[in-house]
Design a protein around this ligand. Structure first.
Ligand SMILES: CC(C)(COP(=O)(O)OP(=O)(O)OC[C@H]1O[C@@H](n2cnc3c(N)ncnc32)[C@H](O)[C@@H]1OP(=O)(O)O)[C@@H](O)C(=O)NCCC(=O)NCCS
Length: 181
């Protein structure tokens, strides 16, 4: 468990399911990624539990200390990029929690865990219109690599950013159990 000035970040547990189903099925929370129905939200939460069991900085609940409420998540999942299943960092907060520096606070704290755990290159994918997210990425040490059409679709331009983790190195890859999840 990580404690920052205003937040707690800790691995997800089964008791968090109802809150994450609420969040994953909410349009505002899932902006830029696509809203889930209840079934796919449950699958996504199952996957979150699985990843957290194998990667110490997988996506985790971000909890407001003052209320004990889960206000978002940060951490890694897996994307296939340039033919490799790679770790990709993400962050997402409920609308009421945005604009107070909380994403930067949460991401920085969990990135410190990653820096202590691994050496390699971390990926981050951001919609070019998403300036708040781009700013968070820059504040925590990611830098722009290039812009691509995601899955070859010109309607889905995506900025690719990278950050060295630990002392840096080759791309950080999906855990071996990822394909089973
Ligand atoms: C992206 C997100 C996590 C940022 O959370 P946050 O707690 O508001 O972020 P922070 O306050 O730590 O930092 C945001 C930065 O972006 C800046 N910013 C916010 N909106 C902006 C905009 N429209 N244009 C330019 N900069 C903007 C802020 O000023 C701040 O930078 P600063 O510290 O230099 O002033 C939050 O907006 C969110 O959950 N968005 C929806 C989900 C999402 O887009 N996730 C990322 C997918 S890649």
């Amino acid at each position: 468990m990580i404690e920052t000035d205003r937040l707690i970040i800790r691995p997800p547990v089964e008791d968090d399911r109802a809150r994450f189903i609420e969040l994953f099925t909410n349009d505002a929370f899932t902006v830029y990624s696509g809203v889930h129905d209840v079934e796919s939200a449950n699958s996504r939460f199952d996957h979150m539990l699985h990843m957290a069991a194998v990667v110490p900085y997988a996506k985790q609940p971000v909890i407001e200390q003052s209320s004990g409420t889960i206000v978002g998540y940060t951490g890694v999942d897996v994307v296939r990029f340039d033919g490799i299943n790679r770790l990709e960092w993400g962050w997402r907060l409920v609308t009421e929690a945005r604009g107070q520096g909380l994403a930067t606070e949460a991401v920085s704290a969990l990135l410190a865990v990653a820096d202590e755990s691994d050496d390699g290159e971390m990926l981050c994918l951001i919609n070019p219109d998403n300036q708040a997210s781009r700013r968070v990425a820059e504040k925590v040490g990611f830098h722009w690599l290039r812009r691509i059409d995601w899955m070859g679709d010109p309607a889905d331009p995506t900025d690719i950013l990278i950050r060295p983790i630990g002392s840096g190195g080759p791309p950080l890859r999906a855990p071996s159990s990822w394909l089973e999840s």
